[in-house]
Design a protein around this ligand. Sequence first.
Ligand code: PMP
Length: 379
Amino acid sequence: MSSPATPPLPLREDLEGLEPYGAPQLDVPVRLNVNENPYPPSDAVVADIARAVEEAARGLNRYPDRDAPELRAALADYLAVESGVRVDPSLVWAANGSNEVMVQLLQAFGGPGRTVVGFAPTYSMYHEYARDTNTRWVQGQRGDRFALDLDEVERVLRAERPSVVLLASPNNPTGTSLEAPDLRRVLDLARDLGPQVAGTRRAAVVVVDEAYGEFRREGVPSALELLAGNPHLVVSRTMSKAFGMAGLRLGYLATAREIVDALMLVRLPYHLSATTQATALAALRHREELMAQIAGLRGERDRLAAWLRGRGLEVADSDANFVLFGTFADRRAVFHALLDRGVLIRVVGPEGWLRVSVGTPEEMEAFRVALDDVAARQS
Ligand code: PMP
């Protein structure tokens, strides 16, 4: 007996015909396309992680600690050392990458009939977090040199009354940091221009995504300094970038009690595996060693920006571990010519611009040689 024909599946209409997100994962000699830390963990870190995972494996018949208190305390200690701001461990929240942290925020504060705003150019995943949580995504524009334009922020907030404002600082793909007075102003606006919910006016939640926070230049403050007095502020961080643990998938945030309580409602039970928690804790025990790399990467970034400017190119000021540079009449041609020479960068940002991540000194030299070669052939 032949089985009856199955009608098409009820995929959500807004997902029909879409392609999955993803930067190419190509096996080329020089990979400078997803802002990873180029340095693998040292033998000492690897050995400590191996011991910690072995220990965790002995208890894998049990569900992991649901609220990860030990890990949250270690992350709070790290933030205190890194930024000078001490946050109570119960006000730190962790999930599988800051991607998951931000989806959880939108699960709790976004949803049908609600709006999340960002300012372009910015991280391309934001509109996917919005889409996946059925939240409306509205994008304003950044101003001169990719800085936040406060008039534009006020205009968009007044018009949209968003539940959530998503700001990356340093911003991806531009590298631009938010100035402290600008963030203060955004927080004031968000306090007054949030949505009406059940007949009462609410503050908008302001998420400052500091995925690249550790790379900020001397004197640029972290938004963590504004947590006190701003119960509608969330500062999101990750172990993927400066900490060199992109493969671990550990993101976290610091915020106020009411927001952590809301996240605990929407997170999946036992969302952070026992091995993830053990690995992150082991890595955090080596925080000094891992943080020591950051100065070198910052120096390499500044050298790269100066070199690009020396070649007559425009370069956005960067507080991150990547640089946006341009502009090119045909950026795809430059991207492919570099790829032909074994150097993978990223076509992202406004038309004409390209983004390159900061690698080891050897990788940066390979990038410079390849770009010079491409330029020589085009001229
Ligand atoms: N925010 C920004 C601005 C990013 O660029 C990235 C990664 N490219 C993320 C968040 C996500 O990082 P992860 O999920 O690895 O923590």
